[in-house]
Design a protein around this ligand. Sequence first.
Ligand SMILES: NC(=O)c1ccc[n+]([C@@H]2O[C@H](COP(=O)([O-])OP(=O)(O)OC[C@H]3O[C@@H](n4cnc5c(N)ncnc54)[C@H](OP(=O)(O)O)[C@@H]3O)[C@@H](O)[C@H]2O)c1
Length: 297
Amino acid sequence: MRVAFLGLGIMGHAMATNLAKAGHEVTVWNRTPGKMVEGAGIAPTPAAAAQGAEVVWMCVSDTAAVEKLLFGPEGVEQSLAEGGSSNVIIADSSTISPSATVKFAERLRAKGVDYVDAPMTGSKIGAANGTLIFMVGGDDAVIQRLNPLFAAMGKKIFRMGETGKGQATKLAMNLQIALIFEGFAEALTLATKLGVDPKQLVSLIEATMVRSGVVEYKAPFVLQRDFTPNFPLRLMHKDILLTLEAAKEARVKLPALETVEEIYDLATEEGQQDLDYAATLTLLEKWAGVLVKGEAA
Ligand SMILES: NC(=O)c1ccc[n+]([C@@H]2O[C@H](COP(=O)([O-])OP(=O)(O)OC[C@H]3O[C@@H](n4cnc5c(N)ncnc54)[C@H](OP(=O)(O)O)[C@@H]3O)[C@@H](O)[C@H]2O)c1
């Protein structure tokens, strides 16, 4: 398929690479020039990338960035205005606001363009290995047309309902990741302060019903005190804020997440936004006056 891929960050670069490897005709665009994908062409603007594409796939940071890519002065909409937009599908793998997604889709549908929200989970490693899991909102027939692209980038898709439901699901998923990791970090901090070996605690967690995918994935990094970003703290903070906003719109109270948000706020004040979100542990350590000592510590 002819695909325009917009946004070559940690996730987008690997996803576009896998599309090109699978033999799709890929043209990429990234805000900061200089990023390349082997086997793909480069376009100077989102509109130029979208010209002649069957599918425009986006993977950028936040709602404002997606809005700019679509409707900004050099946005995708400009290429659609020249006609030939029917049958074009726009897919968004960024994690953004569900209600904004619905508005974007309505505006584009008026131009004959189909819109699918397809946020994903699997982190940097899943993107690199092509084993992402997508949670998708949109029309079934349209999603089916995207199957060859999903297959190149991921291992499974879950259809969650109409447009916007993929994003709503993603927020419900990241809410859990944020809370599970916070529980793990608090447990490590308390156990260390009480004189328990954190490595032993992790072994115990893994042998019991307390285990989780989040802990399994994060524990090796945490025990080695490796906070290089797989999922940057600033993006998890963005997702927590999006979730609280969606909850407010829906009149749902999320007291635990509100508390965790304060920790991300403080971590940001401490300049940790570009570290992995696991770096939130260091605040707990500071307050407790301990260091969780793992393998390389
Ligand atoms: N990393 C993960 O584990 C993970 C997992 C699931 C979902 N996600 C979601 O996937 C999305 C991308 O994540 P990532 O980890 O790839 O992020 P990232 O490495 O920070 O990359 C962000 C991308 O967005 C672009 N961008 C940011 N603001 C922009 C703007 N105003 N206009 C145009 N482009 C803009 C950046 O361009 P520049 O190069 O110019 O900065 C870059 O290409 C986010 O919504 C994130 O929440 C991430």
